[in-house]
Design a binder for this molecule. Structure first.
Ligand code: 5GP
Length: 346
């Protein structure tokens, strides 16, 4: 047994220090980033905020809204081949830069993703997603996708440590997804005791990835625009959101009315509900690692997107970054015991 003494940080443990700036207005801030991905060689330009590949969030409807602002959607993996073919056929060439197909790591998953990419050769991104990215099987699967599709940009995760981030990049991933346990409907930390405070995971994994010219996604744990800014400040190239995009028209599921209020459902992909929906129930050897919740209905997602982008632009003006690219370089985190005054919040 070993104990690491260094305290690791979550978003709530820090604030960003303001810095002298020549920017007069948020409108002067450019949130577009240009990346060239290490293994695919693909050049990408857009606002690097992503909808999570959860079946309530990573929907075609979410993609149509998010791409209007050059944001990205990781589609959930439960669309079938016919639905994906029909979707791809309806797109223009530039649309293929704003979504990823998602896949698990079974033989069936491999055959499905191979079929869809062969039938839709403009697909540019694949997200290989498992709850625990530390297995040899997962590394081997990433290598297999890289061998089969040299030009595809591969997103792979989730992991939370520098050495595994490097390993996945060397296996062929372009973008490594970072986060174990921070999600709003995640119970992994309760069920297993495993996890890593998300801001420290981002800082350490970004450093490792950037050393190899790879990229990372900070996935999970953002509850407000300030957290998104802190993730970018810590070095995340992309930030992935689930809970912050839940409850909207573009999310799967009907509006539920209760006591005169409107809600939509949001649940973890490892929750009992998701297992029942897609795997015929929870296998006897495992427990649920996700929650099911009802979130207040919030109408169209475009207002929320505007709110998030406005917040991040404002962060950039406070620290003097004219472009999102410069935010991390201009970031000094202050460790704090209290983040904001909550006395009048009910
Ligand atoms: P949020 O933005 O809601 O805090 O986090 C979204 C992320 O939570 C997803 O992108 C995914 O990585 C993670 N997640 C989604 N469903 C589950 C689940 O059932 N269990 C766990 N442990 N994590 C989940």
């Amino acid at each position: 047994m070993r104990i690491e003494d260094e305290v690791k940080l979550d978003f709530k443990d820090v604030l960003l220090r303001p810095k002298r700036s020549s920017l007069n207005s948020r409108s002067q801030v450019n949130l577009i980033r240009d990346f060239t991905f290490r293994n695919s060689g693909h050049k990408w330009s857009g606002i690097p905020i992503m909808a999570a590949n959860m079946d309530t969030i990573g929907t075609f409807e979410m993609f149509y809204e998010l791409k209007k602002e050059s944001l990205f959607t990781c589609l959930h993996k439960h669309y079938d081949i016919l639905q994906l073919n029909e979707f791809c056929r309806s797109l223009g060439d530039s649309d293929f830069d704003y979504f990823a197909l998602s896949t698990g790591t079974s033989e069936n998953d491999f055959n499905k993703i191979k079929t869809v990419i062969r039938q839709n050769p403009k697909v540019s991104f694949v997200c290989v997603d498992v709850a625990n990215g530390y297995s040899v099987h997962f590394s081997d699967f990433v290598k297999k996708i890289r061998d089969e599709f040299p030009k595809i940009t591969i997103i792979a995760g989730n992991v939370v440590t520098a050495e595994m981030t490097e390993q996945l990049i060397l296996d062929g991933a372009d973008i490594v997804k970072i986060g174990i346990g921070p999600g709003s409907v995640c119970t992994t930390r309760i069920q297993t005791g495993v996890g890593y405070p998300q801001l420290s995971a981002i800082i350490e994994c970004a450093d490792a990835a950037h050393g190899l010219k790879g990229h990372i996604i900070g996935d999970g744990g953002c509850v407000c625009p300030g957290d998104v800014a802190k993730a970018f400040g810590g070095g995340a190239d992309f930030v992935m959101l689930g809970g912050m995009l839940s409850g909207h028209d573009e999310c799967t599921g009907a509006i539920i009315e209760k006591d005169g209020k409107k809600y939509k459902e949001y649940y973890g992909m490892s929750s009992q509900k998701a297992m029942e929906r897609y795997n015929g129930g929870l296998a006897h050897y495992r427990s649920s690692e996700g929650r099911e919740v009802k979130v207040p209905y919030r109408g169209p997602v475009e207002n929320t997107i505007r709110d998030i982008l406005g917040g991040v632009r404002s962060t950039c003006t406070y620290v003097g970054a004219a472009r999102l690219k410069g935010l991390s370089r201009r970031t000094t985190f202050l460790k704090v015991h209290s983040q904001f005054n909550s006395s009048l919040i009910d």
